[in-house]
Design a binder for this molecule. Structure first.
Ligand code: PLP
Length: 400
């Protein structure tokens, strides 16, 4: 009989958010009248920008007529979107990229999870901890060896530069779950480490649109030398509310090389194109037209306003956590707030207390990795009034 992929036995039994849903559903079943406020999952709650909606309506109309119908698109994404990305996202940062460095996708989760297809499983994969669980799980699935890079208050949640050699390093800033950002100086240390060790950095900047501090880098390519050592992942999900529409992109500079097994230089851009043209048929025409509208003046303005709304919600959460002494961090250039559990109690224990005594759902920090123990994450992707109510309930509980 065929055997299953034994790497799957290295994975936690369930994905974190399924675990949370299971506990919340059980509580809800036992307490049907409970008014539960969900501050756990990182899904957006505000509708799409009118400019995006208009563009997608037009794209649907295109598909209704013989002359303007669109079937399969290019695997890398439409040229007009890749040009808009280069012009709209990178030129203002002083970063010079070509549209051929860009691969449009159906969201960052797929590519952050699949990118390992083009790398050998030899060597070590370093992953900052706590972390978005996809990087760890997908590397375990492919049989790679993972090392956690602990992130804590002492290193500003940006990890200490390792003394051992890591072949691949996953960084995510602004960070999910801690809401931490990275300075240019610290990011340069990571880039220098990668250049001197021949490592590749997987840089996930899915939350860059939340950066308001002009000193904080939006892209790893703002750092000299990064085009020789880094792949960057971006998404329209949190930038523009595309979690249900699905569109994002990956940047693999054409000059980014690794060795093959015989020591010959190979282009990661070429390998990824080969991989995508085999396993992926492109993001839909309608979602790419919606993404294009993100770069129009009205699209930009509307999106900025929505992110301001979330950031104001984040401020309310952060202030409330400070008030009850839970030492929050994040939430200023990121949608997430990372706070300590009272008296350092177990993350899941505090999750249960908040659910049972305040009917508020948060995300237990330990679900994001060992360094998350004793913390919890709150998201600002929530309704303002419900957030205020949730914060009041937590304050009442903590002040008892
Ligand atoms: N990267 C990070 C750090 C995330 O938190 C998420 C979603 O929560 C994603 C990537 C995936 O986003 P999407 O697949 O919706 O683009």
């Amino acid at each position: 009989m065929i055997k299953s992929n034994s790497n799957f036995s290295r994975l936690p039994e369930r994905y974190l958010f399924l675990d949370i849903a299971k506990r919340v559903n059980a509580f809800s079943k036992a307490n049907p009248s409970a008014d539960i406020i969900r501050m756990g999952i990182g899904d957006v709650t505000r509708p799409l920008a009118p400019a995006v909606i208009k563009a997608m309506h037009e794209a649907v109309e295109d598909c209704a007529a013989q002359d303007t119908f669109h079937g399969y698109g290019p695997e890398r994404g439409y040229q007009w979107l890749r040009e808009a990305i280069v012009k709209g996202d990178y030129e203002p940062l002083g970063v010079n990229l070509s549209p051929d460095d860009i691969f449009v996708n159906d969201g960052a989760k797929s590519d952050t999870g699949n990118i390992g297809d083009i790398l050998s499983t030899d060597g070590l994969v370093g992953i900052t901890d706590p972390v978005y669980p996809v990087y760890v799980d997908t590397n375990l699935m492919r049989g790679a060896q993972v090392r956690f890079i602990p992130c804590n208050a002492a290193n500003g949640y940006t990890g200490d530069i390792p003394t051992e050699r890591l072949d691949v390093i996953y960084l995510c800033y602004p960070n999910n779950p801690t809401g931490a950002v990275i300075t240019k100086a610290k990011l340069k240390e990571w880039v220098d480490y990668a250049l001197s060790n021949g490592s590749i950095i997987m840089y996930d900047s899915a939350y860059e649109a939340f950066i308001r501090d002009p000193e904080i880098p939006h892209s790893i390519y703002e750092i000299e030398g990064a085009k020789e050592c880094a792949i960057e992942f971006r998404s329209f999900s949190k930038t523009a509310g595309f979690t249900g529409i699905r569109c994002g992109y990956t940047v693999i500079p054409q000059g980014l090389m690794v060795n093959d097994e015989s020591g010959r230089k190979v282009s990661l851009n070429a390998l990824w194109e080969r991989r995508q043209s085999c396993k992926f048929n492109g993001a839909s025409y309608v979602s790419q037209r919606g993404a294009l509208a993100v770069y129009t003046p009205e699209g930009r303005k509307q999106i900025h306003e929505t992110i301001d709304y979330y950031l104001e919600t984040a401020r309310i959460i952060r202030d409330s956590m400070t008030e009850v002494g839970l030492n929050p961090q994040g939430g200023e250039n990121a949608p997430y707030i990372w706070a300590e559990t009272p008296q350092g109690i177990d993350s899941w224990e505090f999750f249960d207390i908040l659910l049972e005594k305040a009917q508020v759902v948060v995300t237990p920090g330990s679900g994001f990795g060992p360094s998350g123990q004793g913390y919890f994450r709150i998201t600002s992707f929530a309704d303002r009034q419900r957030t205020i109510e949730a914060m009041q309930r937590i304050k009442n509980l903590m002040n008892k």
